[in-house]
Design a protein around this ligand. Structure first.
Ligand code: ZN
Length: 368
């Protein structure tokens, strides 16, 4: 039996119901691509509000992801469907570096969609900027929107945009996606492969880390190469967090974390959000949707053994990656919890994995 080391419990959840805070989704991109409404139940994509309620998804980090210029949508238009295959979690070759002006325009469009969700929701969803607000959402069943930027391309070297984005509500930043930028270098998903792909952060990247610490923006280590990871580990005064990555020992993609990286995350009191993308779960790296949830549970077990039950959560990659057929949307999250229950995780342990670990780490990272 895997038991929680903490006695903390979610006060308002009925027995057996575990609200899930998700460390990563690409739902803003999916909404733009498909034109579907976040508030209507569809079979498109992986997250909408009705399916979130059905599956116990309480909210999560919504990524602002930046399409390449040649595939960017016209103003107000829909994304080219080809963009989505490029967006898929598998990135075999390094995309070109992106211009600041294009990146800022794309970020504005994605952030506008994000804030419009709250405006259109009539109180059913809320943008959260503090841990108190997030806790309140989990307790009351209001869906929590947390704003994350996946790749610092829209941020100028002087970091003016970082200040503005923070004031708007950005509370999490991945220094890179799977490309290089002015701040550091991301990894591809060439399988098998190591995250040790060359040099780390630039001087601007180091300044960005310090600025994020000062503002209380969580730095997301998923996608960053290993040299960059170690520089963040050295510089940052916040817990080390990889919002959507798995164990390299079980699935050796450069997107997953080596044992040494996991140890550093443990010592920093950080955490890892388990990524549901089959290509980052399977030992063979195949994008095979017929991947049983026991393979995902293997990663949870491995990470819990290496980090502790209080340093693992979920970072699905819903709406941006290939899910197992038995977890084809957030409505099916209870199936994952059932598999974990069969592995011996009791309800206090599942509450830690589901939401309390994210609340703890965000509490140590955000300034409020
Ligand atoms: Zn990602």
């Amino acid at each position: 039996m895997v038991s929680a080391s903490s006695q903390a419990t979610s006060k308002t959840s009925p027995p057996g119901s575990i609200p899930i805070i998700d460390g990563h989704n690409d739902t803003l991109l999916s909404l733009a691509r498909t034109g579907r409404s976040f508030f209507d139940r569809t079979d498109e994509g992986h997250i909408d509000l009705p399916r979130a309620r059905e599956g116990g998804l309480a909210g999560g980090l919504f990524a602002v992801w930046l399409p390449d210029p040649e595939r960017a949508p016209p103003p107000g238009g829909a994304l080219d469907p080809a963009q989505v295959s490029q967006r898929a979690a598998d990135v075999a070759t390094m995309p070109p570096v992106m211009e600041l002006a294009h990146a800022q325009g794309a970020a504005m469009a994605a952030m506008a969609r994000f804030f419009q969700l709250e405006r259109e929701a009539a109180g059913a969803v809320r943008v959260v900027r503090t841990v108190a607000e997030l806790r309140e959402c989990v307790a009351t069943g209001v869906f929590a929107l947390e704003l994350h930027i996946e790749g610092a391309e829209p941020i100028d070297p002087g970091l003016d945009a970082l200040e503005v984005f923070y004031q708007a509500g950005v509370r999490s930043l991945g220094i890179v996606w799977s490309r290089s930028n002015a701040f550091g270098h991301g990894v591809t998903t060439q399988f098998p492969g190591s995250p040790d792909t060359g040099s780390g952060l630039t001087e601007a990247g180091k300044a960005l880390v310090r600025a994020c610490n000062r503002l209380g923006i969580m730095i997301d280590l998923s996608h960053l190469n290993e040299a960059g990871f170690w520089e963040v580990a050295e510089l940052s005064d916040a817990p080390l967090v990889a919002t959507h990555s798995n164990a390299h020992a079980l699935s050796p993609t450069p997107r997953n974390l080596t044992d040494k990286q996991l140890d550093a995350i443990r010592y920093s009191e950080g955490m890892v959000g388990v990524n549901f993308h089959v290509g980052f779960l399977r030992p063979d790296g195949e994008r095979n949707v017929e991947t049983p949830l026991t393979v995902m549970a293997d990663h949870v077990d491995y990470l819990v053994n290496r980090l502790g039950i209080d340093k693992v959560g979920f970072g699905s990659d819903f709406d941006g990656a290939t899910m197992p057929s038995t977890l084809s949307s957030c409505a099916e999250l209870p199936a994952l919890l059932d598999v974990l229950r069969e592995r011996g995780y009791d309800d206090p342990a599942l509450r830690l994995l589901g939401n309390e670990n994210w609340l703890r780490v965000l509490g140590l990272t955000w300034r409020a």
